[in-house]
Design a protein around this ligand. Structure first.
Ligand code: ADP
Ligand code: MG
Length: 224
């Protein structure tokens, strides 16, 4: 679902990635940890094609996103990738169903299908269907964001600190939902987290540091 080879990227004269490699298969979850500023969010931006690396390839579902531009890139992103941010980033005036369905409507899915699928996903993830999104709890907002990320059946689900703003109970529930998705929807999950307990639930835990990824030790820091 994701294959990164030899990724390099400089920011402000500093090499953020040197020759970074990463594979995420269908049905697999991979957690990335690493100190603040190590480039975790930038790595996800490279996968989304929002940041253009200096070198290397970033294949999402078999297509190198570093070679795509404009409308083709946007189309590939919306059909193959779902993204969950730290604070959900929902449209607060819209209902959860509208927020989730909107992502499908923007991808050209007919209205009936978009709303049916939005209902199904929110029910699966245990989010109340009525009311505005601003009335939801933090955990419900994040589960809505997961539903929105899944509505176009992405090959790859990305999450940047998805539990960073939640209390312990909501964190468990959102983590339950996220880690169930690779098995249930046959996507790959690439998740960035500071939380060792959340990271430990992934099939593999990698640490980003010194411009590259390495297998994390139990403390979540790189050990090579
Ligand atoms: P993390 O998510 O691991 O905390 P980021 O990917 O947000 O790290 O940032 C990595 C480094 O790159 C930071 O030092 C940040 O200041 C820098 N950086 C990220 N994006 C930009 C940008 N557009 N311009 C300049 N510096 C940037
Ligand atoms: Mg970040």
């Amino acid at each position: 679902m994701l294959r990164i080879k030899g990724l390099s990227y400089d920011v402000g004269g500093r090499e953020l990635f040197t020759t970074l490699d990463l594979d995420v298969r269908a049905g697999e979850s991979v957690a990335i940890t690493g100190p603040s500023g190590s480039g975790k969010s930038t790595l996800l931006s490279c996968v989304l094609g929002l940041v253009r690396p200096a070198g290397g390839t970033v294949e999402v579902a078999g297509t190198d996103v570093t070679r795509l531009r404009g409308a083709a890139l946007a189309r590939h992103r919306s059909s193959k990738i779902g993204m969950v941010f730290q604070f959900g980033e929902l449209l607060p005036e819209l209902s959860p169903v509208d927020n989730v369905a909107l992502a499908a409507l923007l991808a050209g899915v007919p209205k009936d299908t978009a709303y049916r699928r939005a209902h199904e996903l929110l029910e699966e993830l245990g989010v109340p269907l009525t009311g505005a999104s601003e009335q939801l709890s933090g955990g419900e907002r994040q589960r809505t964001a997961v539903a929105r990320a899944l509505i176009n059946s992405p090959a790859l689900l990305l999450a940047d600190e998805p539990t960073g703003a939640l209390d312990a109970v909501a964190r468990e529930r959102v983590a339950d939902v996220l880690f169930a998705m690779p098995g249930r929807h046959d996507c790959g999950l690439l998740l960035v987290t500071h939380d060792p307990a959340v990271a430990a639930r992934a099939d593999r835990v990698l640490a980003l540091g010194d411009g590259t990824l390495s297998k994390a030790d139990d403390a979540g820091t790189g050990a090579r």
